[in-house]
Design a protein around this ligand. Structure first.
Ligand code: GLN
Length: 283
């Protein structure tokens, strides 16, 4: 079997097993099996695979068919144009989370923001993307999971921002040494019942997904604490799940009555980001 045939084989078997984006996923797994990049693959499509590469490819396809996300199989995921290492200790960064990073960069460009805290950093996707794009800002990144922090530290070094991020192990805002201008967080917000019902999420750490009965446990906790760790005129920027915007904005309005709130939708039209600006007259 040559590379061209291997691509068709991978695509066919993935499509037959109802894997979305079978062509792309098949290509990713073939490239991973061969240890080559896209350019190398397409430059030599007629080259034959050795039997041992064929076997490797079959094993990778089997893992994918069993539901394992390709990011865990390859150990990589691209986010905000950067390469991140991922393993089963961390949530795989989703494209919609780029909206949060974009919003944060926009805020930092238009307001005085010198310190940012990324709460529940996971693989560090948000913190590292901000560090790369906002060279003047000090960034704190916290996570309750030590194995997750190890992945985040690796990604921080790999992307050349090791001196820019302070990693903190602890629950939510508790380890933050000082108030910040922006708290940004993609906390767990999946309802517990949906977690067990959803097969594809079963490979990812429940700690990063499980938001309790209505999905909002962690977000509520952060919202209540945030006032004490935010400077006046500071911002909170939260990723939320489908259908959660109203509950979160009601809660924030109640805790910070004179703050300014905004909700933004992702490319799929789902309300995905809630931002709050804390005003001086908060109670
Ligand atoms: N966006 C993820 C999903 O629904 C959930 C991420 C989260 O809980 N923060 O698969």
């Amino acid at each position: 079997m040559n590379r061209r045939q291997a691509l068709a084989f991978a695509r066919g078997i993935l499509a037959d097993n109802n894997i979305d984006d079978a062509s792309l996923e098949g290509e990713i797994l073939l490239r991973h099996a061969l240890g080559i990049d896209r350019v190398q693959l397409y430059a030599d499509l007629d080259r034959d695979l050795t039997p041992s590469y064929e076997k490797t490819l079959s094993k990778l396809l089997e893992r994918r068919i069993n539901g394992e996300p390709s990011a865990y199989i390859t150990g990589h995921r691209e986010f905000y144009g950067l390469d991140f290492r991922v393993d089963r200790n961390v949530l795989i960064p989703r494209p919609e989370t780029e909206l949060l990073v974009e919003k944060a960069i926009h805020l930092a460009e238009n307001h005085t923001i010198t310190r940012i805290a990324d709460i529940g950093t996971g693989c560090g996707a948000i913190a590292v993307s901000l560090a790369v794009n906002l060279p003047e800002v000090t960034i704190y990144a916290s996570d309750v999971s030590k194995p997750a922090l190890a992945v985040a530290r690796y990604n921080c070094k790999k992307n050349g921002v090791a001196d820019r991020i302070v990693f903190l192990n602890g629950d939510m805002l508790e380890p933050l040494p000082e108030p910040v201008d922006l708290i940004i967080a993609n906390l767990p917000y999946v309802r517990e019942a949906d977690l067990t019902a959803n097969g594809t999420l079963s490979f990812e750490p429940p700690l990063a997904l499980n938001g309790g009965e209505d999905g909002l446990d962690r977000i509520r906790f952060l919202c209540r604490q945030a006032g004490t760790k935010l400077r006046d005129n500071g911002f909170i920027l939260l990723e939320i799940g489908q259908g959660q915007a109203e509950a979160i904005t009601d809660l924030l309005q109640e805790i910070y009555p004179s703050s300014r709130l905004e909700v933004e939708s992702d490319l799929a039209g789902i309300e995905r980001a809630v931002s709050l600006r804390l005003t001086l007259s908060r109670i």
